[in-house]
Design a protein around this ligand. Structure first.
Ligand code: ATP
Length: 274
């Protein structure tokens, strides 16, 4: 019972180069992470060390990828979970899972001889939603435990923990999470613009045979409003269309069909959940 359902603690190989578009989010994030890297100079100037970074924005825009790249950039262990993994029927289970997660991060960092660990919680709003007069006792305990872990005093002989979290519902978060010394850096991750979409399409085209007449700039123009996750689906669906047509490479028609399929698929999903 006390174990987290899915545990992931590893050294991330994913870098900022693997993330398409999101230039301003990447730059803001790198700048914040440089504080962590140059911690001695920061300490000399009396600057409060960075504790938490909150990534906000629509689903599928690369928030998880950014957290993984942050771990790689700072030579940290990466431990991740989704907010829903901490929601349990029994009071206290969520809180003890939070405790385990931080313990795991520290242990893994020591084992791998790393000075720091990035602890990432996706969908933080599930446990960090506004508290309303003790109605949700279980959630309260989980959130309180998270706050306690974030407030933990860092000593020279323990690995430093950088807390990262993602949400697409920032307005739902309890103000305690947004106070200085908690998630005091917030980075907006938006849907990619045309240039960003072109970059993302190129990243996901890397391992696929693309016909030399295909212009991914055109595909980027046709996929207005798509997230990175949807663009990844477009490339994958296009490859499936190519295979079905017994073609040896992906052609523009396959990509157009794939765009329609991804767009339609989203619509059907939305309608069926109405
Ligand atoms: P959610 O809020 O739904 O968890 P997210 O913002 O964390 O979404 P990711 O999990 O990082 O999104 O992205 C999902 C997948 O979509 C990635 O594994 C990747 O294949 C693709 N993807 C999303 N954004 C990008 C991007 N900017 N560059 C390259 N691939 C991307």
């Amino acid at each position: 019972q006390g174990e987290r359902k899915r545990s992931e603690a590893k050294i991330s190989q994913l870098t900022f180069e693997d993330i398409g578009g999101q230039e301003s989010a990447k730059n803001e994030l790198k700048e914040a992470l440089d504080f962590l890297i140059h911690k001695d100079e920061i300490a000399k100037l009396g600057i409060r060390p960075l504790k938490g970074i909150l990534l906000t924005g629509p689903p599928g825009t690369g928030k998880t990828l950014l957290a993984k790249a942050a771990a790689h950039y700072t030579n940290s262990i990466f431990v991740s979970a989704s907010g829903s993994e901490f929601v349990e029927k029994y009071v206290g289970v969520g809180a003890s899972r939070i405790r385990d997660m931080f313990k795991e991060a520290k242990m893994k960092a020591i084992k791998e001889k790393k000075e720091s660990a990035v602890v990432f919680i996706d969908e933080i709003d599930v446990i960090g939603g506004k508290r309303d007069g003790g109605q949700h006792r279980e959630y309260d305990q989980t959130l309180n435990q998270l706050l306690t872990e974030m407030d933990g005093i860092h000593t020279a002989d323990t690995p430093r923990i950088l807390m990262m979290a993602a949400t697409n519902r920032k307005e739902m978060l309890d103000s305690a999470l947004l106070r200085p010394g908690r998630f005091d850096r917030q980075i907006q991750v938006d849907l990619p613009d045309k240039k960003g979409r072109f970059h993302i399409l190129n990243i996901h085209a890397k391992n696929k045979p693309i016909h030399n007449e295909v212009d991914l700039n055109k595909v980027a123009a046709e996929s207005y409003g798509f997230s990175g996750a949807q663009l990844e689906s477009v490339m994958n669906e296009a490859a499936i269309y190519a295979m079905r047509n017994k073609e040896k490479d992906i052609q523009h028609t396959h990509l157009s069909l794939a765009i329609d399929k991804v767009m339609l698929g989203e619509k059907t999903d939305k309608e069926s959940t109405k």
